[in-house]
Design a protein around this ligand. Structure first.
Ligand code: UDP
Length: 312
C-alpha cells in the first residue's frame, strides 16, 4: 500500500503517518509547514518507507507511481490559526481538496477527507448526529474554516457521485494529545502549559460552553477503520464524554497540579455553546468507540508538554 497524507507534519497528520507505517504502508507525507512542524516526523526521516515533501497542496500535485490511499489532512485547525490565516484556510479546504481529489481520481486511489464537527457550527441539535445539517455563520471569523470544510465535503461527494472516486469523510471532534503546538491557541495546549507553569488558566466566557475531548490514539484508530470500511457518507469520530470548559479547567489543574487561579476572558465570536458527538454510526459500522480515559490522555499529553517546556 502506498499512501499520501497531506498535512502529514501536523498534529493529526503525523500520528496518522505513524499508524500507517506501523501497518506496513509506504507513506508520502506532504506539508507546507505553515502550521505543521518537521519535529513531528523527525523520527520517521530515514525510514525507507517514509518520504517527506514540502509542498503547498493548493498547487497542482505531482506524484510518480501508483497511490492507493490519499488522506487529506492539510489545513490550519485552530480558531487562532483561522484568524491569522483566513485565506490559506479557505484555499486549502477548497483548492487543496480539489487537487487531492483530482489526484485520487487519476491514481484510482481511495480518498479520505478530514472534516470537522465545525460543519455543525453552533449546533441547535445536541448531541450532533451525522444527519444534522448544522448552524454555521458563513461570514463570521470561524466561517473560513467551517465553510471550507463544508465545501470540501460537497466536493468529495461530487467526486464520489460523478467520477466514482472511492471516498470517505470523517467529522473530527475536539482531539488532543502529544504534538499539539504550544502556541496553537486551542484549549488543551493553552490550559496544560498554564497549569504546569503555575499560571492562571484563561477560561473564555463564563466557561459554561461544553466540549467533548478525544485522545489522539482513539481518533487515529477510528480513522484507520473508516478508511478500510465501505462507508462513503460522513462519520463522526470523537469522544462523547462532555464537560463544561470551566470543569475542564479544574480537571487540568487537578491532574497537572497547577496552583494558578481560573480567570475569565471574553468569549470569541461564534464560539459553539455545546458540542458532543453522536457516535452511534461509528460504533455500528466500524465497531469503534474511544478507550482512553480523560485522566490517562491528559497525563500522556502533559508528559509531552513537560518535555517541550523543559519542566521536570
Ligand atoms: N478556550 C478557553 N480558553 C483558552 C482557549 C480556549 O476557554 O485559552 C475555550 C474556547 O472558547 C472554546 C473551548 O475552549 O469554548 C475549546 O476551544 P478550542 O479552541 O480548543 O476549540 P473549538 O472547540 O472552539 O474549536
Amino acid at each position: 500500500m502506498r499512501t499520501l497524507v497531506t498535512g502529514g507534519a501536523g498534529f493529526l497528520g503525523s500520528h496518522l503517518c505513524d499508524r500507517l507505517i506501523l501497518e506496513g504502508h509506504e507513506v508520502i507525507c506532504m506539508d507546507n509547514l505553515i502550521t505543521g512542524d518537521t519535529d513531528n516526523i523527525a523520527h520517521l526521516m530515514g525510514n525507507p518507507k517514509f518520504k517527506f515533501i514540502k509542498y503547498d497542496v493548493t498547487e497542482y500535485i505531482f506524484i510518480d507511481g501508483p497511490i492507493d490511499n490519499i488522506l487529506h489532512f492539510a489545513s490550519p485547525a485552530s480558531p487562532i490559526d483561522y484568524l491569522e490565516l483566513p485565506i490559506q484556510t479557505l484555499k486549502v479546504g477548497s483548492l487543496g481538496t480539489h487537487k487531492a481529489l483530482g489526484l485520487a481520481k487519476a491514481k484510482k486511489a481511495r480518498f479520505l477527507l478530514a472534516s470537522t464537527s465545525e460543519v455543525y457550527g453552533d449546533p441547535l441539535i445536541h448531541p450532533q448526529p451525522e444527519e444534522y445539517y448544522g448552524n454555521v455563520n458563513p461570514i463570521g471569523p470561524r466561517g473560513v474554516y467551517d465553510e471550507a470544510k463544508r465545501f470540501a465535503e460537497a466536493l468529495t461527494m461530487a467526486y464520489h457521485r460523478y467520477h466514482g472516486v472511492d471516498t470517505r469523510i470523517v467529522r473530527i471532534f475536539n482531539t488532543y494529545g502529544p504534538r499539539m503546538r504550544l502556541n496553537d491557541g486551542r484549549v488543551v495546549p493553552a490550559f496544560l502549559p498554564q497549569s504546569l507553569k503555575g499560571e492562571d488558566l484563561t477560561v473564555f466566557g463564563d466557561g459554561s460552553q461544553t466540549r467533548s475531548f478525544c485522545y489522539v490514539s482513539d481518533l487515529i484508530d477510528g480513522i484507520y477503520r473508516l478508511l478500510f470500511s465501505s462507508e462513503c457518507e460522513p462519520v463522526n469520530i470523537g469522544n462523547p464524554r462532555e464537560m463544561t470548559i470551566l470543569e475542564f479547567a479544574r480537571t487540568i489543574n487537578e491532574i497537572a497540579g497547577g496552583n494558578g487561579k481560573i480567570i475569565f476572558k471574553p468569549l470569541p465570536q461564534d464560539d459553539p455553546k455545546v458540542r458532543q458527538p453522536d457516535i452511534s454510526k461509528a460504533k455500528l459500522l466500524l465497531g469503534w468507540s474511544p478507550r482512553v480515559s480523560l485522566d490517562e490522555g491528559i497525563r500522556q499529553t502533559m508528559a509531552y508538554f513537560k518535555k517541550k517546556l523543559d519542566i521536570k
